[in-house]
Design a protein around this ligand. Structure first.
Ligand code: SAH
Ligand code: SF4
Length: 346
């Protein structure tokens, strides 16, 4: 069990670990169920609000445990309701987690970070500029959900691993977090999306581990030459190997994959690129999420015009009906795709 300065951290504990903790401090077993509920299912800000626990027990908890180790350093709400939390872990390292809601839908989607910074170095991404700082532990990943739930008093219903970092380069802790999300928070696997830049061996591993998850792949270019110019990962795991691993996912799970394609003006957004993309994906079952480029500091790339975006989409629609343009959520608070860099926004 994780402790910080002798206090037990509750976030991320499984039911049986909570039971062990409860009996270890001489409390009756039924308290484990109550505490588990408060921790994951009935989000409250603090122990005081856990109203069906006796006063004495709440005091005891306060003396020996904390709900989580991290704290909110900044909370910003965008015009569209997207909330960007900057949180800080005990070692002083900071990372974002983002809460998104969609009009007329009850879903609340948490966009989680799996690493601080990222080693992959995609040319269009703000996280890449920080380089790789460290991996997050499963507990630290879970704390991001607990932060949101305690702050809003609402339950998160969907998870996307699309914050800072490459989830498949922190495979063990990410898959451990997924297990906790599924069993303790009871969020169905079909509501959990893992987005990867294409770490091929771990796509195979993940497919074998879990057939229910949604797999999203950041493609961003329809051929090897262009992809390696904007995504260095292409040198290590080239497109043909990536496509093979996606075929394996589709065949094994019987499910579609999501292709993410960030549209950058004059780089990967011509009708010819769209046609080439259709050809590349011929044998796959897929949806495409087009992400018009979001501006980041120190990068000259531009977002294409709306006409170019629509033209690109129309061509893709000749091959598949399931093309969406990702709504630009939270860009006014630097919370949109690719804008996360662990900084306070003034
Ligand atoms: N590391 C994972 C998870 C990040 S998800 C991955 O790369 O898939 C965030 C998505 O936003 C990815 O598809 C990423 O390529 C894309 N992205 C990064 N920078 C962006 C930017 N400036 N504008 C739009 N999309 C961007
Ligand atoms: Fe890392 Fe993803 Fe950003 Fe690429 S897009 S640098 S893989 S976080």
């Amino acid at each position: 069990m994780q402790k910080i300065s002798s206090m037990t951290v509750l976030a991320g504990l499984t039911y049986s670990e909570i039971e062990k903790f409860i009996t270890g401090i001489g409390e009756p077993e039924f308290r484990a169920k109550q505490l588990h509920q408060w921790l994951y299912k009935k989000p409250v800000a603090d122990f005081e609000h856990m109203t069906d626990l006796s006063k004495n027990f709440r005091q005891k908890l306060k003396d020996i445990a904390v709900i989580q180790s991290s704290k909110i350093v900044q909370k910003l709400t965008g015009k569209d309701g997207t909330i960007r939390y900057l949180i800080e872990y005990p070692d002083g390292k900071r990372v974002e987690t983002v809460l998104m809601s969609y009009d007329n839908r009850p879903n609340l989607t948490a966009c989680l970070s799996t690493q601080i910074g990222c080693a992959v170095g995609c040319t269009f991404c703000a996280t890449a500029r920080q380089k790789f700082i460290r991996n997050l532990t499963a507990r630290e990943i879970i704390e991001q959900i607990i932060t949101i739930q305690r702050d809003t008093g609402k339950m998160v219903t969907n998870i996307v691993f699309m914050g800072q970092g490459e989830p498949l380069l922190n495979y063990d802790e990410t898959t451990k977090a997924i297990k906790i999300i599924n069993t303790e928070l009871e969020i169905g696997m079909r509501r959990i999306t893992v987005s990867t830049c294409g770490i091929v061996p771990n796509i195979y591993k993940l497919t074998e581990l879990n057939r229910q998850l949604i797999l999203a792949v950041s493609l961003h270019a329809p051929n090897h030459e262009l992809r390696r110019k904007i995504m260095p990962v292409e040198n290590k795991y080239p497109l043909d190997e990536l496509i093979e691993s996606l075929k394996f996912f589709i065949k094994t799970t019987g499910r579609r994959i999501t292709i993410e394609y960030t549209l950058i003006d004059g780089i990967n957004d011509t009708p010819a690129h769209a046609g080439e993309l259709n050809n590349l994906l011929t044998d796959l079952k897929y949806n495409i999420n087009l992400i018009p480029f979001n501006a980041i500091e120190g990068c000259d790339f531009k977002r294409p015009s709306i006409q170019k975006i629509n033209r690109f989409k129309e061509i893709l629609e000749q091959a598949s009906k399931k093309i969406t343009v990702r709504l630009e959520k939270g860009s006014d608070v630097s919370a949109a795709c690719g804008q996360l860099a662990g900084k306070i926004i003034n």
